[in-house]
Write a protein that binds this ligand. Structure first.
Ligand SMILES: [Zn+2]
Ligand SMILES: [Zn+2]
Length: 323
């Protein structure tokens, strides 16, 4: 290996000028003044064309790595970002060196695309929550709102926001910035509350020569609620799990799918009574009002057993209260 003397300090080195002296001359590392775009509303920061919701220090560090220019002879093995300084350490012409360069940046407070769209009321999807032939219950509305909140907190996409929501006479409407989010939330609501989703779309406008649509996801919760009596294919069922569409056949006690079943008697309209007499095919019931009614022998019938009693299409029915 051939050594020469550094032309500046005279130290033995493999290079014409040693690393330490090269630094004195400057221009080994350069960092232009940084311009950062920060959203005044949500504090997200634009990095390489993408808006990210990260702390300012982290954003500066990432932009520093992007914009830092170093001499090809410098092999950097450490970058420290301080308040007004970047400290680089590495090897330059065989010498271990540490270089400090000033950190200058300017923050430009603007509105990010997401906040602009959000405040402009932009939306691509409406999720409508309704129930068949009844108003929504408070607990259903609360659950839906909780699902919306949960989904929004998991979303980061530019258009994944809630533009507005409206309570209408029959239900509630949520407006979302993205179709994808609307679709996801409607599916979650239907999974957690039951019901079916009906999707429709409407031509909204044309963007760059392409049709742009607005989507409606209508979630229709079933009319029936737990413990209602429903009818499907001429059989009566007691609803055991409305959101999973499960019911028990009144005469056999067998579990069945009751999707699309119609309400025969609401749970609030059931009477109760006690079985006072039994034979192979029928049972006699004394109701709470003191009436005696005759019904087809209920499932798991015993004398003395408490039952619910109801009339449907001029016939009386009964089933055990503990079914
Ligand atoms: Zn030197
Ligand atoms: Zn923003």
């Amino acid at each position: 290996m051939k050594f020469v003397k550094c032309v500046v300090c005279g130290k033995e080195t493999r290079f014409r000028i040693c690393g330490s002296c090269l630094i004195e001359r400057g221009a080994v590392a350069k960092l232009e003044k940084l311009n950062l775009e920060v959203c005044a509303k949500c504090n997200s920061i634009k990095i390489g064309g993408v808006w990210l919701n990260i702390p300012l220090e982290e954003a500066i560090e990432r932009i520093v790595y992007e914009k830092l220019k170093v001499d090809p002879n410098l092999s950097v093995n450490g970058v420290k970002v301080e308040e007004k300084l970047i400290v680089l350490s590495g090897i330059l012409n065989d010498d271990p060196v540490e270089i400090s360069i000033p950190l200058q940046y300017k923050l430009h407070r603007i509105s990010c695309p997401r906040c602009s769209m959000e405040s402009g009321g932009y939306y691509e999807a409406i999720v409508q929550l309704r129930a068949v032939k009844r108003v929504l219950r408070e607990d259903e509305i609360r659950k839906a709102e909780e699902i919306v909140q949960r989904s929004l907190s998991e979303s980061e996409g530019e258009k994944e926001f809630l533009s507005k929501f409206e309570k209408t006479k029959n239900g509630i409407d949520f407006y979302f910035g993205s179709k994808k989010l609307g679709e996801k939330i409607s599916r979650r609501i239907s999974t957690e509350l039951g019901g079916r989703i009906f999707e429709s779309r409407k031509l909204h406008t044309r963007v760059d020569g392409r049709d742009s649509y607005r989507f409606t996801f209508l979630v229709r919760l079933p009319e029936y609620e737990d413990n209602d009596i429903v009818i499907k294919n001429e059989s009566l069922y007691v609803v055991k799990n409305a959101k999973m569409s499960r019911g028990l056949d009144l005469l056999t006690g067998k579990s069945a799918n009751i999707i699309d079943a119609k309400v025969a008697v609401k749970r609030s309209d059931l009477d109760w009574g006690v079985i006072t007499n039994l034979d192979e095919s029928s049972a006699e019931i004394m109701t709470e009002k003191g009436d005696i009614v005759l019904v087809q022998r209920p499932f798991r019938a015993e004398i003395g057993k408490e039952v619910f009693v109801f009339e449907y299409k001029n016939r009386n029915y009964a089933f055990p209260r503990d079914l």
